[in-house]
Design a protein around this ligand. Structure first.
Ligand code: PGA
Length: 232
């Protein structure tokens, strides 16, 4: 069993959701499939698909216009939430401390945060990948509770470029060791960044990789289902 998590980002309509969920409902798989939708598409889950969100407030409630709390997500039957995606870190100035607070808020409401980390092109080119991801990881994870970590090199997101298998294996070893050092060897680890039906099975078979976080290819059944089927 591997996790296959779709991240729709700011894409998709209600009818796109209906179409994908209908085809997912008819799919027999041992994998744990989760679809992280834009907030507005989360309501109503007639097909019983495991729902995820793409952000959560670090606050319980109050004067935070435009934000959504963990309690609200829980009410909408959300089981997972992506926190600290590189697009939120870059576009909304989310620091490791904010990501940690958001992950903690999710856990408090019974939602499993999927905490994203990953290096930029510049950090990769200067040979700092392992140092950068280790620091991001240790500063972003909550002190306790269940969470998932997603390694997504920023340069691999939406670019069609992926790291070599050796590079992925090395990053996952670094992450596993860092988690081991804080006594969290139980944490599931995902790879994300330009996953498609051609590379999914290979990436998912790399040591320590427990699943995949899929962006663009998760929007339609003709690209998402072949990924799910290729990974068992
Ligand atoms: P991508 O996005 O699969 O479109 O590269 C992955 C992500 O950002 O989670």
């Amino acid at each position: 069993m591997k996790f296959i998590v779709g991240n729709w980002k700011m894409n998709g309509t209600l009818s796109d959701k209906e179409a994908l969920f209908k085809s997912l409902k008819n799919l027999h798989t041992d994998n744990k499939v989760v679809v992280c939708l834009p907030f507005i598409l989360l309501g109503g889950n007639d097909y019983g698909i495991t729902l995820g969100a793409q952000d959560v407030s670090e606050h319980d409630n109050g004067a935070f216009t435009g934000d959504i709390s963990g309690q609200m997500l829980k009410d909408a039957d959300v089981k997972y939430v992506v926190v600290g995606h590189s697009e939120r870190r870059a576009n909304h100035n989310e620091t490791n401390a904010i990501v940690k607070a958001k992950a903690t808020a999710a856990i408090k409401n019974g939602i499993i945060p999927i905490i994203c980390i990953g290096e930029t092109t510049e950090e990769k080119n200067s040979g700092r990948t392992m140092t950068v991801i280790k620091k991001m990881l240790l500063e972003s994870v909550p002190a306790k509770g269940e969470y998932i970590v997603a390694y997504e090199p920023r340069w691999a997101i939406g670019s069609g470029k992926i790291p070599t298998s050796d590079e992925i294996a090395m990053a996952f070893e670094t992450i596993s060791k860092a988690l081991h050092s804080i006594k969290r060897s139980d944490i599931a680890l995902l790879y994300g960044g330009s996953v498609n039906a051609k590379n999914a099975a290979q990436i998912a078979s790399i040591k320590n990789v427990d699943g995949l976080l899929v962006g663009g290819a998760s929007l339609k059944s003709d690209t998402f289902l072949p990924i799910i089927k290729s990974v068992e």
